[in-house]
Design a protein around this ligand. Sequence first.
Ligand SMILES: [Zn+2]
Length: 210
Amino acid sequence: MKTAIQQTDIHAGSDQIKWKHGNFSLKAAWNCCRVTGNRCTWARLCWKHCRSRISLCVVIILHNKNLSFVNLQKRGLPVTSICHNCYAGDHSNEHLFYHCGFAVEIWRGVFDLLQLQVPQFLSLNHIVDWFLQNTMTKSLKSKILNGIFPVTLWKIWSSRNAMLHTGIQEQSSHAVQAIIWDVNTYLNISLADLLIVFGLQFFFLRYVVC
Ligand SMILES: [Zn+2]
């Protein structure tokens, strides 16, 4: 220590503030002092192309912190773990958003309406991966799909809540229509744009004219 001090070349004059991490900015300063975790790969699917309340809901779902019956049981609440949509599985996120017949109808309906081949999804994580891989460009199609993902998860969850509190199951076709409508209005995409991007020749017949 003494040697280091002796070797330090001290000049007369006033002190100066130095920033040794490149160009100074508040962002650089914040990144320098904060503790960062692992990069969240699916974050860009949640925050870009939908309303903030939907983003927040989807982030909670993907962190598996939503109040599904399985999660409520983990917190010690005496509730059944059976899905009240189909009574054929547990009330976990994997079931609610992937296995459940209602979720299957919603995902299939969205892909059918957009005239995309329905992927062979293997799990909820697989659905996330599919949307990550297919929303990497800056094209309008990529932007729409990026909006479709969070809005669809949110719609499945809100339909589940409506079913729970009113006992009325929303028709999957209505839910699919609401998803497309929500994405269109938020992104301010015209029907003509949709027709160009996805070639929705059935859109008028099924959802506009009727
Ligand atoms: Zn179910």
